[in-house]
Design a binder for this molecule. Structure first.
Ligand code: KG4
Ligand code: ZN
Length: 352
């Protein structure tokens, strides 16, 4: 069975062909990083336009790479929530047009849930061996913990109450003028820094909370980099300009920030693993752009080993937004009878 996946929730126009739910035959990601770099973040209107321009070339290239004729596609899966409304509409419209013309099933896929299915891509892992599982989704738009009783049966245990972890990486990169997106740049510079150079805050919230908070950490990095501002609001004036920071100072800030961010994740993951449930989780599943970070991968790997629970991480290329994870979870949805004819909506927010 061949499923075509489409992903346009944010700033990546992506399509993929996945066979039998797992084998990735082609996976194309057209990133818009250059387009948004000058603005230090994703500009929704620019993203929508770029998706409209790129969606057909990306689909054509994906089919060509896979050596698959459009007629051989059995179903279309599309990420329809959560995301930016303009970008979502482009992907959903393309998916509907294809499903209608080819007369194929159309399957809506939850973007964040798909990140937690990415570890299964190109593997033969059986669902019965990993569920129930604890899921950790860490990306530019989301930071959440889940209990998964199946790939489509998720209960959110906690989520960020302010910034997402990836957003914090991006903001730290912006403070230090390292470019956008910042995650990879911060990770790179952190390698030559001292994680103990600053004692940045790790938000615990209440003693049992499984929620996250990264805004205090981000502000602590800002003040450490630029000094405490003399005024507030539009009058804010910092004593130091980022250009005055030495390369070593920047590296230390990156390393200490990354250390605190990773610590916040392992702390909450530990709490989730401590939850008393009738059935002990069989695995930890992690996904999202920040799982590309080697320090985070190593930390949760150590944690999983200490607790004697298998950890499933996606290959690095399947951490960032891609359509292979959409096609794969779409295949599960198809088997579960979740295909819709044309009745799917692009929905920007989701509490699921
Ligand atoms: O999953 P993703 O592609 O998009 C969303 O669903 O949000 O995640 C993108 C986020 C960005 O914030 C980016 O800076 C972060 O993932 N990221 C990283 C790394 N690579 C990407 N953060 C830390 N270290 C990395 N190596
Ligand atoms: Zn994502």
């Amino acid at each position: 069975m061949i499923v075509l996946g489409i992903e346009t929730t944010c700033d990546e126009t992506a399509a993929a062909i996945v066979r039998d739910g797992r084998r990735v035959l082609a996976d194309t990601v057209a990133s818009q990083h250059d387009l948004h770099a000058a603005f230090g973040g994703v500009v929704p209107e620019l993203a929508s336009r770029a998706h409209s321009e790129r969606i057909l070339p990306v689909l054509k290239q994906t089919l060509a790479h896979a050596g698959t004729a459009l007629q051989s596609v059995h179903a279309i899966a599309v990420a329809n929530t959560p995301g930016l409304i303009g970008p979502l509409l482009v992907g959903v419209a393309a998916a509907k047009a294809l499903a209608w013309t080819l007369q194929r099933p159309l399957i809506p896929v939850h973007h964040v849930h798909a990140h937690l299915y990415a570890p299964l891509l190109d593997t033969e892992i059986q669902h019965r061996d990993i569920y129930p599982a604890i899921g950790l989704a860490v990306s530019g738009g989301h930071t959440a913990l889940y209990r998964l009783d199946g790939p489509l049966d998720l209960t959110r245990l906690g989520a960020t109450i302010d910034d997402a972890i990836g957003e914090a990486f991006d903001k730290v990169a912006a403070i230090l003028e390292l470019g956008h997106p910042g995650g990879p740049a911060v990770e790179q510079l952190a390698r030559s820094g001292d994680p103990n150079a600053h004692d940045f805050p790790v938000a615990r919230l209440s003693t049992t909370s499984l929620d996250f908070s990264f805004s205090g950490l981000k502000t602590a990095v800002l003040y450490a980099a630029r000094g405490t501002p003399s005024n507030r609001g539009t009058q804010t004036a910092f004593p130091k300009h980022p250009s005055s920071l030495s390369q070593q100072k920047r590296a230390d800030l990156c390393a200490a920030f990354q250390h605190a961010a990773v610590r916040a994740v392992t702390l909450k993951l530990n709490r989730a693993l401590d939850l008393q449930t009738p059935q002990r989780p069989r695995a930890i599943l992690a996904g999202g752009g920040v799982v590309a970070n080697q320090a985070l991968r190593d930390a949760i790997d150590r944690q999983a080993q200490e607790r004697g629970i298998p950890l499933l991480l996606p290959q690095k290329r399947y951490c960032i937004d891609n359509a292979a994870m959409i096609a794969a979870l779409g295949s599960v949805g198809l088997h579960a009878g979740l295909d819709r004819e044309q009745h799917i909506a692009a929905t920007p927010t989701s509490r699921a």
